[in-house]
Structure formats: structure tokens, C-alpha cells
Unconditional design. Structure first.
Length: 296
């Protein structure tokens, strides 16, 4: 599958000072239909009477997917105050709550939940820019800075990944919340590829009681794919390469763990391949948005 020709650098700087508004949007910012739609824009605040120094603020050009503000002009000589317009939120894919671009680092491009590289994570040319290289035992990303937030929303959450698997061992974890090693009582939510399928797996107790949600066939190796998984209060659904799967029953177990890892379950069950982008939304993405987001 051919790679994108979009430019991440341009995407990241296009809205400087606006919290990387729709930095991915999360449409990865690479295709027009993935970028958040432009705001409808506010009206020009206009000017105050000529004998005053009051002035309005023109918010007719607001960043995509954001809302403009209303600003009143100053009134220094008794004139009538003018009022700036108010831009409304544009249509499109909403901003994620966490975004790792893997563009040579695991910084959170949206907030301050930076990941920590465990082991020698390397990078190579990905779908757009660079991608993280996974496959060695013990190499993964510790995303626990976001773990508590993820855990609180795990029953109504969406995860978007752009990935290129290279091989399929028996089981490999993409995103895992909870415990490590032998402590299976705190596993809350594990998105895995297992036996040729994408699954959400929860181990509930040490006796081995577990819950599997079979979401659909695993993406084919050696090709880039867009994968979105939406968990919606008792159900889960996968979107792969623009195709929506069936909603299946899924309930995650209760846990106090805030350990969150990407590319492995702690040091085990390592994903084999490349991850170019990971976005996590603390919300249930609508079907049309999830479908579009999974399209490459």
C-alpha cells in the first residue's frame, strides 16, 4: 500500500499556539477527509464610530475544529462598543486526548502524558514520517502517565492505531491496561492480536476466568492499516481500513491498576511490526467518524 505524501511538520505548525488543534484531528492530518472541518467562523466585529477608539475583534478565521471567542472592543471616548464574532466548531474528526506520533519520540502531541521508552525502541520510515519499531522482547512504551485517565474511561473509549504488522506470534499486545507479569488479577483491558484475530482480552482473576471479545480478522502482514476499536459500555467494535465490523459483547474487569503499555503487555507478548500513530479518545466515536479514521 503506497505511503502518504502529507507533511507532519506542516500539520504540527499550522495552528501554533492553539494546542495543536486537530494535530491529528486524529485523521493523522494526512488526508483532507481526515482533517477536522473548518469552523464556520465568526462575524467580523466591525468598527466602532469614527470618533472613538473602541475596536472589535475579528474571529472570522478560527482554527479547524475549534470555537472562536467573543471579544468586546475598548471604549475610550464614549463610543458604542463593538463586538467580535464567534466562530463555531467545525465538522470532522475530534481531537484525541492522547497522541503518540512515534515521529522519532513518544511525546504526547496533545497534552503532557509523554510515554517512556522501555528497552531500545528504534525508529524507521513509516507511513508518514517515522514509525516506532517493535518486536524485541522487553521493548515497549510505558504510557502510564495516561493510565489513570484511560482506566476511568475504559468502558467508553476509542483507540486508533496506524500499524504495519510484520509477523504474528501466538499473541501480541497493542495497548494494555493493568498489571504485569504474573499479576493477572489487575488486567483490565488488553487489545491484542491472537490466533489470527483482533481481540479485547480481560483476565478477571487468578483462577483464569477471562473475557474475550472477538472483534474481527487480524490485519494482513507487511501492509499499512488503520485500526480503530470503540468500546461502548458493554460492547466493542473494530474498524479496519474503512470497514466497520460487528459490535460484540465486551465487559472489562474492575481494576485499580494505572499501568498502561503500548506495543507489549509489560515486557511480554510484544507486537511485531511498526506503529506510526496511536490516538486515544476518552469518548465513543460515532460509526462514521471511526470508519473515516480507519481509512488510509
Amino acid at each position: 500500500m503506497a505511503g502518504s505524501t502529507c507533511q507532519k511538520a506542516a500539520m504540527k505548525t499550522a495552528t501554533a499556539g492553539s494546542l495543536l488543534v486537530t494535530a491529528v484531528a486524529l485523521g493523522w492530518g494526512c488526508r483532507g477527509d481526515f482533517e477536522a472541518g473548518p469552523g464556520t467562523g465568526g462575524s467580523d466585529g466591525g468598527t466602532t464610530p469614527s470618533d472613538t477608539s473602541g475596536s472589535g475583534t475579528d474571529t472570522s478565521s478560527v482554527p479547524p475544529g475549534t470555537s472562536g471567542t467573543t471579544t468586546h472592543g475598548s471604549d475610550d471616548s464614549g463610543g458604542t462598543l463593538s463586538t467580535g464574532g464567534s466562530g463555531s466548531s467545525g465538522d470532522g474528526i475530534p481531537q484525541p486526548d492522547l497522541w503518540y506520533s512515534f515521529d522519532g519520540h513518544v511525546h504526547d502531541e496533545i497534552g503532557d502524558a509523554d510515554g517512556v521508552e522501555v528497552g531500545a525502541l528504534s525508529y524507521q520510515t513509516g507511513y508518514d514520517g517515522l514509525a516506532g519499531v517493535f518486536g524485541e522482547e522487553g521493548v515497549y512504551v510505558d504510557a502510564s502517565a495516561f493510565g489513570g485517565v484511560y482506566r476511568a474511561s475504559r468502558d467508553s473509549i476509542s483507540v486508533a492505531i496506524r500499524l504495519r504488522p510484520e509477523s504474528y506470534p501466538q499473541i501480541m499486545n497493542l495497548v494494555s491496561l493493568g498489571g504485569s507479569g504474573d499479576d493477572i488479577t489487575t488486567n483490565a483491558q488488553n487489545l491484542v492480536i491472537h490466533e489470527g484475530a483482533v481481540k479485547l482480552f480481560t483476565e478477571i482473576d487468578a483462577a483464569g476466568t477471562d473475557s474475550w471479545a472477538m472483534l474481527g480478522d487480524a490485519p494482513t502482514p507487511d501492509e499499512w492499516h488503520g485500526l480503530v476499536v470503540v468500546v461502548d459500555d458493554g460492547t466493542a467494535r473494530m474498524f479496519l481500513d474503512g470497514e466497520a465490523g460487528e459490535a460484540v459483547a465486551y465487559l472489562s474487569s474492575v481494576t485499580e491498576s494505572e499501568t498502561l503499555s503500548v506495543g507489549a503487555f509489560a515486557a511480554a507478548n510484544v507486537f511485531h511490526g511498526l506503529i506510526d500513530d496511536l490516538g486515544i479518545y476518552l469518548e465513543v466515536l460515532p460509526q462514521d467518524v471511526a470508519t473515516e479514521l480507519s481509512s488510509l
